[in-house]
Design a protein around this ligand. Structure first.
Ligand code: NAP
Length: 467
């Protein structure tokens, strides 16, 4: 029995205590899947190292995509569920070790995503003026850990920017750089972000693919949006769109590629227009070196061809694209939590295919993963729903067959954190932050302005507590 301290199946009086590490979409969908079932009584702690929930919905989806960001309203319903306790401002590995967390609960679901940038591994990558897309995105979404000084100094005086990569993140960054101040004005970006972008005299943004247009990973809806910018003209070299019959045939079987090619072909007739930013989409060019001494002055690229396996191969022809800002948007990478194995190459937690974490090749009782840390950095927000459900189904099956059990009384996580001087942010506290952001936005006629400093976020919490 639980009362004598021995493990027992979950019951209404002794629900299965589940900690979810990461309150982004994957974590919230995992919480949702746990609350939607009634076979296994559960009590959920949804942890995040930030004082705010929503992960990449808050600090990934571009602020000029308000409709996509509105998914937070749907996600919020899971936070409001009485079985779910949001516990923000808690870093596993700092405020609490993973071993301590595991000792407080019966199961842990890792959903903390993939926060690191992949590297290009070329000379000049660390020059001032060379930024990872993760840095730029963190900055323009007001992430408290953004390196504001570095990003803003890189943006100062920028006329020509190169964005390396042709995924949706590269399009986000290229689009934000090409937007006018008036287009950015209604967003929830922090004011200093809007001001810095408005002050940058960007004339040309080149988005660079190492393979061809048929292999680009951006999606058509996101691509099309570039054609709707107020003061930028999209330019595509018609020569990049001449595909060999094999590639053309393969592209015809891929709906996204077919639609992308149709949009690009339409744009290939565009010519630069005076007073408008040139937003170039270039293909078959892989960066081999970033040039410059004190800061970036250009990108040396090698012209490529795509081989029969779809790989980029160098042709030995080189060219320099002048640039005073380079943003490397070549994918994200998951990082280990202290005490959790993460495969260095894929940046994912080893798991059994469903989401049970493997340690030394064997499922580790009570440990699960979902979202980007499980499957890698791909897919849109909605993909996490199916993924989290799959993981939770594994967890519930383990509870049903008795391999996952409720252990005896344990200290309450929040009490433990408070006792050691941490400041966990609970749902009511988050509501205070939410209200403060809306109030700040209203002072400039916006729906919201993101509070970008940890101190400001916590000040909003403390002010509400003191009232
Ligand atoms: P991604 O789609 O995987 O794109 C990465 C890009 O980097 C690819 O073009 C890739 O080219 C290129 N790349 C990788 N290594 C390179 C190298 N060494 N040199 C040059 N180029 C290199 O990833 P992402 O853009 O970071 O997006 C991550 C996920 O979030 C995606 O699933 C994306 O759709 C999603 N997302 C969605 C939205 C939206 O729906 N609006 C917005 C943002 C992100 P290769 O293909 O040749 O490897």
């Amino acid at each position: 029995m639980v009362d004598d301290g021995s493990p027992a199946p979950p019951s209404t009086g002794h629900p299965l205590r589940v900690a979810i590490v990461g309150a982004g979409p994957a974590g919230i969908y995992a919480a949702d899947a746990l609350t939607r079932q009634s076979d296994v009584p559960v009590a959920i702690d949804l942890l995040d190292r930030l004082p705010t929930p929503f992960g990449l919905v808050r600090h990934g989806i571009a602020p000029d995509h308000p409709k996509m960001r509105a998914i937070r309203d749907t996600l919020h319903r899971s936070l409001d569920d009485p079985l779910v306790r949001f516990v923000g401002n808690v870093e596993i590995g700092t405020d609490l070790s993973l071993a301590e967390l595991r000792a407080h609960v019966d199961a842990v679901v890792y959903t903390y995503g993939a926060a690191l940038d992949r590297r290009l591994g070329i000379e000049g990558e660390d020059l001032p003026g060379s930024l990872a897309a993760t840095d730029v995105v963190a900055w323009y979404t007001g992430h408290p850990d953004a390196d504001r000084a570095r990003v803003e100094s890189a943006l100062t005086g920028v006329r020509s920017a190169v964005v390396v990569g042709v995924g949706n993140v590269a399009l986000d960054v290229g689009r934000i750089l090409a937007r006018t101040a008036a287009e950015l004005e209604p967003t929830d970006m922090p004011q200093h972000v809007i001001d810095a972008l408005a002050a940058a005299p960007v004339e040309e943004v080149t988005v660079l693919g190492r393979r061809g247009p048929a292999q680009a990973t951006f999606t058509t809806q996101e691509l099309r949006e570039l054609g709707e910018l107020a003061a930028a003209t999209v330019l595509v070299d018609p020569a990049d769109l001449e595909l060999d019959p094999d590639t053309e045939a393969r592209a015809a079987t891929d709906r996204n590629a077919t639609r992308n090619l149709a949009v690009l072909r339409e744009w290939s007739a565009h010519t630069p227009a005076a007073g408008r930013t040139r937003l170039r989409l270039r293909f078959y060019a892989r960066p081999v070196r970033l040039l410059g001494t004190d800061r970036v002055t250009g990108v040396e690229v090698e012209r490529t061809a795509v081989d029969g396996d779809g790989r980029a191969v160098g042709t030995g022809e080189f060219e320099v694209i002048p640039a005073d800002l380079v943003v490397r948007s070549v994918g994200y990478l998951g990082t280990p939590l202290p005490g959790l194995p993460v495969d260095q190459r894929s940046g994912t937690v080893p798991h059994d295919g469903i989401g049970r974490v493997l340690r030394d090749g064997r499922p580790s009782t009570g440990e699960y993963a979902a979202g980007w840390i499980k499957r890698g950095p791909s897919g849109v927000v909605g993909h996490n729903k199916h993924d989290a459900r799959e993981t939770v189904a594994g967890l519930l099956a383990d509870a049903a067959d008795g391999s996952l059990r409720v252990h005896g009384e344990r200290d309450d996580l929040v009490r433990t954190l408070q006792a050691r001087g941490a400041e966990p942010v609970l749902l009511e506290d988050w509501r205070a932050i939410d209200a403060a952001e809306q109030e700040l936005g209203a002072t400039r006629g916006r729906a919201r302005t993101t509070l970008h400093e940890r101190e400001a976020l916590m000040a909003a919490v403390r002010a509400a507590t003191a009232r």
